[in-house]
Design a protein around this ligand. Structure first.
Ligand code: SAM
Length: 295
């Protein structure tokens, strides 16, 4: 049924190239599996929607002509909106904060930045924290405070950031960024539109992101409404971890998804962060991509 709802003038899906270098480091980034995910999208669709935007790896690779991208974390959306509306300001945010982390007191300066963010969450500070924090893992406590320590690495210099930001601005030129709960974005999608969902990992990310109000059950109900309207929905979800030895049990509603394919993501950044110094050879992570349509 969904196949009949494609608009004749819908844009063709371009073959994905190489994923762009990350604008933000974001836990759960789909950079490594973005090309496989894009290849699993329908060849034609109208507006693209990404309601769990994070670092936007799939959006950046897809370069959609028309898109709506959203996330529940307001300072994160402030970064994306500033990319679209005021590129020089975004680069200035980065350069000013980068400068403060160049001296021998880098760790102390990082803590000042983090404390300031926690008192008044804002896009500029979150941008620098994402690039400077340990393992690129932005992690929040139950009270919503960002508590990741300073990483030992050197954040990329402002010139390199400015280059990336200009590239990302072009890639997202057709995208409107919105601060919203996922359900709002999914409910606005129309027949023939495509939605890609990459929610917090059900079994390991409960305390990450500081933007919760998320349950799989509510997501499935929202996807069900989309499917009934003729919207294509693709959903990345925990597949298995520890090279397949630990399967993640997800209760799946009968008949909601028409296809289910494994996507190897690589090693888990979260595990890398938690297991500092330990060997991670077994920590291969794979996602599943569930789709409400068949090829
Ligand atoms: C796995 S990450 C997305 C990663 C992204 N695909 C990437 O490549 O970087 C999940 C995102 O969902 C957001 N999130 C959590 N709860 C949400 C909700 N109720 N509505 C919308 N976004 C939410 C988090 O802030 C986080 O950025």
């Amino acid at each position: 049924m969904q196949g009949q709802l494609f608009a004749p003038a819908a844009p063709d899906l371009e073959p994905p190239g190489k994923p762009p270098a990350q604008l933000l480091k974001w836990i759960g980034s789909k950079r490594r599996s973005a090309a496989a995910i894009v290849l699993a999208f329908p060849r034609h669709f109208n507006t693209y929607h990404e309601p769990f935007l994070g670092g936007g790896a799939v959006l950046g690779l897809l370069k959609p002509k028309r898109a709506v991208a959203s996330d529940r974390l307001r300072p994160l959306i402030e970064i994306w909106q500033t990319l679209g509306n005021d590129l020089p300001l975004l680069c200035q945010w980065y350069a000013q904060r980068w400068q403060t982390l160049q001296g021998p007191d880098k760790v102390a300066q990082y803590r000042i930045l983090r404390d300031r963010y926690n008192v008044e969450p804002n896009g500029g500070d979150l941008l620098m924290l994402s690039r400077a924090c340990y393992g690129g893992v932005i992690r929040f406590t139950k009270d919503g405070a960002m508590n990741t320590p300073c990483g030992p690495h050197k954040p990329i210099p402002p010139e390199a950031f400015a280059k990336r930001a200009a590239d990302w601005q072009q890639r997202t030129a057709g995208t409107t960024f919105i601060h919203a709960d996922f359900a709002e974005t999914l409910d606005a999608a129309k027949a023939g539109d495509l939605v890609y969902c990459d929610p917090p990992y059900a079994d390991s990310e409960a305390t990450l992101y500081g933007a919760q109000a998320f349950t799989l059950e509510r997501l499935f109900q929202t996807i069900d409404r989309c499917k009934a309207r003729g919207v294509y929905v693709a959903l990345s979800i925990d597949g298995w971890k520890r090279s397949g030895s630990h399967a993640c049990a997800i209760p799946m509603p009968d008949g909601l998804f028409e296809s289910d394919a494994p996507m190897v993501v690589g090693r888990s950044m979260l595990r890398r962060f938690q297991m500092q110094g330990q060997t991670l050879e077994e920590e291969v992570v794979a996602d599943r991509l569930l789709r409400t349509w068949k090829d």
